[in-house]
Write a protein that binds this ligand. Structure first.
Ligand code: FAD
Length: 474
């Protein structure tokens, strides 16, 4: 019999529980559907689509070119495909975005009513949201108890599974379109430039994990805060698309604990994977996370509207070098280091007083790792309106953050090359540089590099005053 394995955010053969089960149950028809129909305003953004294009090509190669590629609404497409090829079952790994859950439920009802076997599996999380709850059965809203009391006391994550060895693949060339025909690549050279920074696909993800565990993990605890250091894994896009499972990352790090003796680094890395679990749990239990403040008192926050300031932020032209470096890193590479995400996020919502939705939307379109759970939770955290958020009065100062976390300026100079020869002392506040220093560095402020678009001290005070006006509606 034929079983359809529907690939979604699990674009890999190794540690893929649904694929293993499908291969045991029959011949496997591997299917991918680009579903923009059900995604509403969260269809995959431009950087994500570009990544997906390459990820699908890699997957298709590992399936001997037999991946069936389609576009449209799976609720219509899959039952027709089942009937056409005479499949007896449809298997998939679960997703947790509210729109995918609703769609999958509908499809499951439809198929089971027609006596088609439907099986779903956990292929993307270490602990699914409904397995980690407080004693009273309600979801955790604070990370530390979620992770320490909830996750670490629950059954350990599944050990990674081998890829199915004797899988019989079935193709349906009549139904399949080419990956190119999905038109996932942007029609300007931005996409090619961005993709040049990445190796995409399952094999590349495995190499990245291996290199990180052997190279970057030792020193991760402190090193992860410094954007120029090679101490972050850069696995986020691979994890989002499921080119690697969190279980593989989790156990690769744990295995190192037995051999290495940098246990603190390993524990912090595991807890970062724990943040990913926490974000997914928040999204599952609070499906309005991408749109609504988790703390309702922020609903009355007096956000400003300033298109020029928003554009300057998006384009990396705020006049604050660490902010501009981060925003340009994002534009050039589709990625931004976590420390810098926090600095630019705080600047947008606190110094510019612009709604976090603007930041969420820009990141959504520009990040190769754009992920509904992590992005929404990250923005709610930085805006201070999330469940377990940075307190609102914590405003990151872009000058001191730059001085502290990019002391030798190598990250900032890489992405803001016009400041390349400005001495470190003035790198994060060029307007304080004496005229002679600016001249020697070949910079005219306002011409070669912008003047600051806001004063960070005054805007911080304005933000705190705005916060003082927020209240819970009676
Ligand atoms: P590492 O430090 O190597 O961490 C390993 C993995 O743990 C990451 O790949 C990621 O899956 C997970 N992780 C690490 N930090 C976090 C975190 N704070 N929250 C959730 N998971 C985490 N991450 C995304 O994957 N997609 C997003 O769209 C996204 N948007 C963000 C928006 C904002 C405003 C902020 C502050 C953070 C956001 N993050 C997002 C979280 C984090 O910045 C990235 O996961 C991280 O920078 C990815 O780099 P890495 O793989 O080298 O991380």
């Amino acid at each position: 019999s034929i079983i359809i394995h529907w690939f979604r955010q699990d674009l890999r053969l190794a540690d893929n529980p649904s694929l293993v089960a499908a291969a045991q149950a029959g011949d496997v028809l591997p299917l991918f559907i680009l579903d923009d129909d059900n995604a509403g305003d969260h269809k995959t953004g431009a950087a994500g689509r570009s990544w997906l294009h390459h990820a699908l090509n890699a997957l298709n190669m590992s399936l001997d070119g037999k991946l069936c590629v389609m576009r449209g609404d799976p609720v219509d497409i899959i039952p027709k495909l089942v009937a056409k090829v005479g499949a007896s079952g449809v298997f998939w790994n679960r997703c947790y975005e509210p729109w995918r859950i609703a769609r999958d439920k509908m499809l499951k009802t439809n198929l089971t009513n027609n006596n088609i076997q439907v099986e779903s599996f956990n292929g993307s999380l270490l602990w699914e949201p409904w397995t980690v709850l407080k004693g009273d059965g309600t979801p955790y809203r604070v990370f530390t108890p979620f992770y320490r009391r909830g996750c670490l006391n629950a059954a350990p994550p599944r050990l990674p599974l081998a890829r199915p060895d004797a899988m019989q693949l079935v193709a349906d060339p009549e139904s399949s379109m080419s990956i190119d025909a999905l038109n996932l690549l942007p029609d300007h050279d931005w996409g090619a430039k961005m993709a040049s920074h990445w190796q995409i696909g399952e094999a590349a993800a495995m190499t990245r994990l291996h290199d990180f565990v052997e190279g970057g993990l030792n020193g991760y605890k402190d090193g992860r805060n410094f954007p120029a250091r090679p101490h972050t894994s850069r696995l986020s896009a691979h994890l989002h698309w499921g080119e690697i499972s969190p279980n593989m990352a989790w156990y690769a790090a744990i295995e190192k604990r037995d051999q290495a003796g940098f246990d603190n680094d390993i524990d912090v890395f595991l807890s970062e994977l724990g943040w990913r679990e926490f974000s997914h749990s928040l999204l599952y239990h609070f499906p309005h996370l991408p749109r609504q403040n988790l703390q309702p008192k922020f609903d009355s926050f007096p956000w400003q509207s300033d298109d020029n300031a928003l554009r300057a932020w998006q384009q990396g032209k705020t006049g604050y070098p660490i902010i501009d470096a981060g925003m340009r890193e994002l534009w050039e590479t589709g990625y931004m280091h976590n420390r810098v995400r926090m600095i630019v996020g705080s600047f947008l919502v606190k110094n510019l007083l612009l709604h976090w939705h603007h930041g969420e939307a820009w990141f959504w379109d520009c990040l190769v790792d754009a992920d509904l759970a992590n992005n929404s939770a990250g923005w709610q955290w930085i805006a201070g309106c999330g469940a377990d958020a940075a307190p609102y009065f914590r405003v990151f100062n872009p000058i001191t953050q730059g001085t502290k976390f990019d002391a030798d300026g190598s990250y900032t100079r890489r992405f803001v090359p016009e400041l390349a020869t400005l001495p470190n002392k003035y790198l994060f506040s060029p307007w304080e540089a004496p005229a002679l220093e600016l001249q020697a560095a070949g910079i005219t402020l306002g011409k070669d590099y912008p003047n600051p678009i806001v004063d960070v001290k005054r805007s911080r005070e304005a933000a705190l005053a705005a916060f003082a006006t927020t209240r819970v509606e009676p």
